[in-house]
Write a protein that binds this ligand. Structure first.
Ligand code: GUN
Ligand code: ZN
Length: 451
């Protein structure tokens, strides 16, 4: 239930109603109640009627967006390694398994140092917020103390997040590996402590890194922790050919990579599996049956030479799909970059398999917003402007100071939106709201107080 309207935004509005419907309102109005829940989103011509229907508080404020500006939902990054942010944009010259050994594990081991962790986590949360990402599903490292630092940082800077302490007890460097029972105990302690914060923004997520670095005992124990505390699970699946062959050798009794997770109790409606580049027909059916969400990470799939995920095929199998930056297999922490590469990747798939139609622009926007919310199981909370949801939103200004976009008199509202999605960047994101609170504001932003 929403309450009396306290805040009304007026200006352009764009959001995905569902996977195939996008609402574009050139002169829209959006109302929020006292807890910053969305009460309505309508055409501006309806304002007088809405005032009668919903009852506006006597001191309700109206925030008028400037010409060209529009509201859209915040981006949702369903797969990002906060601990790999120090490497973002470097080391993209080898495939997954070599890349992990050469660049990734050594950097993650540095998070044993609390100052290194604090600095890196502060930077990644600031950077993703600045890029318009209002919710993330983060991987940290094996270190519980540093993982708690990321929880605190998200709370302090105001980002919605799942935070997962990484677990790995085999096939890992001697300097960056855990003992099985300790990994389970530390995960349980992290989950308990994070839940005890009663945070509005941060939820713990159980995080077995991937099958090659997790023993059967570890995977089973982590599945039990996730069930005991009713928390989500995240990992990687069927990303790279060499990795898949290794999993086959490690678990010859299992019918597929996805089946390994299934027999260890890790596939359910709260599970997020990254990549799924090489999923077989049977695996897609299994993920669909278990209601698992897939995080499509195109920057990473190109960057570390994994291949191309067939998103249209996943949708046809009724598998939920969202987007992930997968920093630092993915070079960019900006979801706009992932959205663009998701569109390109779908065209590449289409060239190879003409029956799989390329994604349309607004399907890309859906992946980056509502699709991500579905993958994180937060579709009733965030992802679009449906009544009752939290206000996690961006004010975009295609004409902001230093804008990388030029707007012309002939441009329709939809043109301005498309130009932002294809050519815009964080300079166009002039205000970011999470839970109705301003977490970023640039000089071109509209005034937020009543005038
Ligand atoms: N598989 C296991 N660990 C990782 C990781 O850190 N990045 C990616 N892209 N894949 C993984
Ligand atoms: Zn990853």
């Amino acid at each position: 239930m929403t309450g009396e309207v306290r805040t009304v935004f007026r200006g352009g509005i764009v959001h995905c109603v569902d996977a195939s419907t996008t609402q574009l309102l050139e002169d829209g109005v959006l109302g929020l109640d006292q807890s910053n829940r969305i009460v309505f989103v309508e055409d501006g011509s309806q304002l007088a009627l809405l005032q009668d229907r919903y009852g506006f508080a006597a001191d309700a404020r109206t925030i008028q967006l400037k010409p060209h500006q529009f509201l859209m939902p915040g981006f949702i990054d369903t797969h990002i390694h906060a601990s790999q942010y120090p490497n973002a944009g470097t080391g993209l010259d080898m495939p997954l398994l070599q890349w992990l050994e050469t660049y990734t594990f050594p950097t993650e081991a540095m998070f044993a140092n609390p100052e290194f962790a604090q600095n890196a986590y502060e930077k990644v949360v600031q950077r993703t917020l600045r890029s318009g990402t209002t919710a993330c599903s983060y991987f940290t490292t094996i270190h519980r103390e540093a993982s708690t630092t990321l929880v605190e940082t998200c709370e302090r800077l105001g980002q919605r997040a799942y935070v997962g302490k990484v677990c790995m007890d085999r096939n890992s460097p001697s300097t960056y590996i855990e003992v099985t029972n300790e990994s389970i105990r530390e995960t349980e302690a992290f989950v308990q402590a994070t839940l005890a914060r009663n945070s509005e923004l941060v939820t713990p997520i159980v995080t077995p890194r991937f099958v090659p670095t997790c023993s059967s005992q570890l995977m089973t124990g982590l599945g039990e922790v996730a069930r005991r505390y009713n928390v989500p699970i995240q990992s990687h699946v069927s990303e790279n050919a060499g990795e898949i062959e290794w999993v086959r050798q490690l678990h010859p009794q299992c019918s597929s990579y996805s089946d390994v997770y299934d027999v260890h109790g890790l596939l359910n409606s709260k599970a997020i599996m990254a990549h799924g580049v090489h999923l077989s027909e049977a695996e897609m059916q299994l993920l669909s049956a278990r209601k698992v969400g897939v995080s499509h990470c195109p920057c990473s799939n190109y960057g570390i030479l994994s291949g191309i995920c067939r998103v249209r095929d996943l949708h046809q199998h009724n598998v939920k799909v969202g987007l992930g930056t997968d920093v630092s297999g993915g070079h960019s922490p900006a979801m706009l970059e992932s959205l663009r590469l998701a569109l390109i990747a779908s065209k590449t798939v289409h060239f190879q398999e003409p029956a799989l139609a390329p994604l349309r622009l607004y399907e890309g926007l859906h992946l980056a917003t509502l699709g991500g919310a579905e993958v994180m199981g937060l579709q009733d909370q965030i992802g679009n402007f449906a009544p009752g949801k939290h206000f996690d939103a961006l004010i975009v200004d295609p004409s902001s100071i230093d804008s990388p976009i030029d707007v012309f008199a002939k441009d329709k509202f939809s043109d301005r939106v498309e130009k932002f999605l294809f050519n815009g960047d964080d300079r166009n994101i002039v205000t970011v709201f999470v839970n109705g609170k301003v977490v970023k504001r640039l000089a071109s932003a509209p005034a937020l107080t009543a005038d």
